[in-house]
Each structure stands twice: as C-alpha cells, then as structure tokens.
Design a protein around this ligand. Structure first.
Ligand SMILES: Cc1ncc(COP(=O)(O)O)c(C=O)c1O
Length: 437
C-alpha cells in the first residue's frame, strides 16, 4: 500500500497488514517498542542508494569527479563506514569529525578538512592523520598551516575556499557564498587574489585547487552555474602566475524534499548543470579537466532518516490551536526553531486513518518555540500513538543537544527486516559524565 508523502520517506517505506509504517522491512511500532522513542531510523538502502546516485550521475557527466560526503550532516562510525564502502570521500569540519573518520580508518587521502576557524590542534591532528587536503579559509589559517607543515618538513596540499558573491536564495543563516559571510576569501574585496598569491609563494603548502560553497539547501540550479562561471573566470588570471587547477569544488547544498509540494531538483539535474558549466569553462579558459569534487551532505542522509515520536499530552484551545505534544523536540531537531524549517508527519501506528484536523506537533522542551510541525492536517491522534517525521536524517541528530537534560535519541540502521543500533540512547549517567562533583 502506498500513502501520501511516500516520496519524502526512505525508498523502502511501506505499510504492513497491521496498518503500521515499515522502514527497511521493519515495523516502526515494533522499533519504537524495542528501542524507545524518540528514535531515529536510518534506512540503509536509501543511504547507499543516494551515495550511488551521486557517484553515477556526476561520474557519467564528468568522469574525473569525486563525491565527498559532508559529514556535518550527520556522521558516526556506522555512517562513515558505509560512506567509505560506497567509495565516497569525506568532508570534515572539526577534530571530532576527523576522529570518527580515524575510528573507521577512513582513507586519509580522501578527506577534506573545512571550516572557517580550525584550531592549531585540529590542524596538527589532520597532518598527523595524513589528511588529503586542508581547505584553507583565512589568512591566519594559511600562515598557521604553513608554519606547522614547515616544522614537520613537509608540504601540505591545500585548497582555498573562495566566496564568489553568488546568492543561492536559501535561509539567511545557511547562505555562505555572498559577500557578507564569515566563510571564504571574497573575490570582490581582493582577498581571494591575495590568498592565491600568498598560497603560491608559501614554502610548505601546495595549492592544488579551489573550492566554494554557496549555501544549503539550494532548490535552484542557476546559482551553481553562476558560481562555477564566476569562480573559473576569476581564476583564469592566475594561470600565468603558476596556478594549476588540479581540483575544483562547487561544494554541496543539494536540496531534499521536506514538504510534499516542494520537490527538489533531481541529482541528475544538479550534475548536468555543474558538469556542463565546469567542462565548458575549463575548456574555454584552458584549465584542462581538473578533478571535480562535490560535497553533498543533506542529500546523502536526509531522506534516509525518519524520526519517530510517541504522542503524550494533547491540549486543545478551542478556535485557537490544538497542541499534540511529542516526547522529543528541539533537542533532537533544532531546525524548526532556528531556521523555521517545515516538515510533514504521518501517524505511523495507524497509516490508513483519514486526516481530520489541524494540529501543531510540539516538543517536550521548556520553550514555546519548541514546535516541530505547525498546523498540519492529521488524523485524530491519542496518547501512545507513534508519529513519524520524514526527511529527518540530516542536521537533526548531528545538531542534537541534551537541553533540559533530555538524553539524545537512540539511532538504528534498518535493512531487510533487521534494525541494528548504531547509537544508543543517552542516559542520565552519560549526561553527568563530564561533570566534576
Ligand atoms: C563547505 C561545505 N561543503 C558541503 C556542505 C554540505 O551542505 P549540504 O549538507 O547542504 O549538502 C556544507 C554545509 O554547510 C559546507 O559548508
């Protein structure tokens, strides 16, 4: 049986004879019973399928392309292992993410270290691990890394992150490629030109490529074409000064479906626009065929993850609003509170019940802003029902906190009727582990 919004759910989503949602062949009501709620269920087939789709769609249009998973979207050892098995590289933005990569022996040469303020300790760690490339984001970092590499008697491969001044029309908090951004060397201010020249002169650094990232999620295709054009045209002036573009990265930011009526472009459409503009401009400007690096985060894990909650108290304010309180909220998914992000939801424990009333799905945290889904039409729910929110795999568990000292949720990976725990629920003892009494 199919259901509304099925395209937002993992590819294995279905409804069983008990009228329950199933993911990866597992009945989510059984999962909720076994592992408790809130629970994040990742579907392995969807996760692997997205990795393969990116590799295939970019690879067939631009043979020397590399897909590097932006691990900030969500990583832990189980996810990192799958990403490595699928042949993707990895973007990390902190020593912590690098530590996860190290824990699974992720190939060092396939790791890109991003971030606008990497600490000297993080840079030392990256070089200890033999990381492929550091994506340098500031003059301070350029100097610090040059000094660290020099002390080690080595030359470190780097890319520079440029800010091309292209607006991808995302939420203001997730736009990164415009002039007023903390990220990257701005082309407009002259910083990008200065950084390229300084990198080419640096005794212990090897400038192998240029990167930019516009923002996320980007539902339009044009910003990518424009970003590639602006960046490559700008770079052409440095060829005579010795810039060899071995690698070129237009970042990530590929959208996923959150709402039934806002479908994202296909991966093939993003691939077409990026590969076509990179191929044409590299050819015209005499850059040859640099390796193309794309960095999807959200689009690899977003659809694969579904959040499960149990309904608790219900408060009806006649003619105003009906609040349905769930046992999770902003601690496991902060996106609605900080970005105004919107989601769909289904009554996973009675999938065929017809939608009858408009409710607001609230979290359990002591904040009025702790609302997961505002004004959604749902069946009449009762305490104990299980609600599933799709498109929850990216930037929900990774941004989770233990605010109000609610433990962070457990996470399972479902495949072929089995669910294995990939992160256990945070306990009271876990939350006090770092406290000194
Ligand atoms: C440099 C860089 N690459 C890739 C990404 C991944 O973006 P997304 O998860 O939207 O694909 C980000 C996100 O902030 C980023 O900053």
């Amino acid at each position: 049986m199919t259901f509304d919004n099925i395209s937002l759910f993992p590819v294995t989503a279905a409804v069983n004879a008990d009228d329950h949602l199933t993911l990866g062949g597992c009945d989510v009501v059984d999962l909720a019973r076994e592992f408790g709620t809130p629970l994040y269920v990742f579907d392995e087939d969807t996760l692997r399928g997205m990795c393969r789709e990116f590799v295939a769609e970019f690879g067939k249009r631009y043979p020397d392309s590399k897909v590097a998973y932006a691990s900030k979207a969500f990583v832990n050892p189980a996810i990192a292992r799958i990403v490595a098995e699928e042949g993707l590289g990895l973007d990390v933005v902190s020593g912590g993410e690098l530590a996860v990569a190290k824990a699974v022996d992720f190939p060092a040469e396939d790791i890109y270290f991003h971030g606008n303020n990497k600490t000297p300790d993080e840079l030392e760690f990256a070089l200890d691990y033999g990381i492929g490339q550091v994506v340098v984001d500031s003059f301070h970092e350029l100097e610090t890394l040059d000094e660290i590499a020099g002390r080690r008697g080595m030359r470190q491969d780097i890319m520079l992150r440029l800010s091309p001044g292209v607006d991808p029309h995302t939420h203001a908090a997730t736009t990164t490629g415009i002039l007023d951004s903390k990220f990257g060397f701005s082309i407009e201010t002259g910083d990008a030109a200065k950084a390229i020249r300084q990198s080419l002169r640096a005794a212990n650094l090897n400038l192998v490529g240029i990167h930019f990232h516009l923002g996320s999620p980007i539902f339009e295709l044009e910003p990518y074409a424009l970003g590639v054009e602006v960046a490559l045209n700008f770079l052409s002036q440095f060829k005579e000064e010795g810039l060899q573009l071995r690698e070129f990265s237009p970042g990530g930011g590929f959208a996923i479906g959150y709402l039934r009526n806002e479908p994202p472009p296909e991966i093939s459409e993003y691939a077409e626009v990026i590969a076509a503009s990179a191929t044409r401009l590299c050819d015209e400007l005499g850059f040859g065929t640099p390796r193309l690096i794309v960095e999807p985060g959200r689009s690899i894990v977003g659809r694969a993850g579904v959040a499960l909650y149990t309904v608790g108290g219900i408060k009806d304010i006649p003619t105003v609003r009906k609040y349905v309180s769930l046992d999770g909220g902003m601690g496991d998914n902060i996106r609605p509170a900080i970005y105004g992000s919107e989601y769909e939801a289904v009554l996973a424990s009675r999938m065929s019940a017809s939608s009858e009333e408009v409710v607001t799905l609230a979290g359990k945290y002591c904040e009025s802003g702790d609302v997961l889904v505002r004004d959604i039409t749902m069946p009449v729910v009762k305490p104990g029902d299980i609600i599933a929110i799709p498109s929850s795999g990216a930037y929900a568990p990774s941004m989770a906190s233990n605010y109000n000292l609610n433990g962070r949720p457990a996470i399972v990976m479902a495949k072929d009727g089995d669910a294995r725990l990939i992160r256990r629920r945070e306990s009271y003892a876990d939350m006090m582990m770092m406290d000194v009494v």
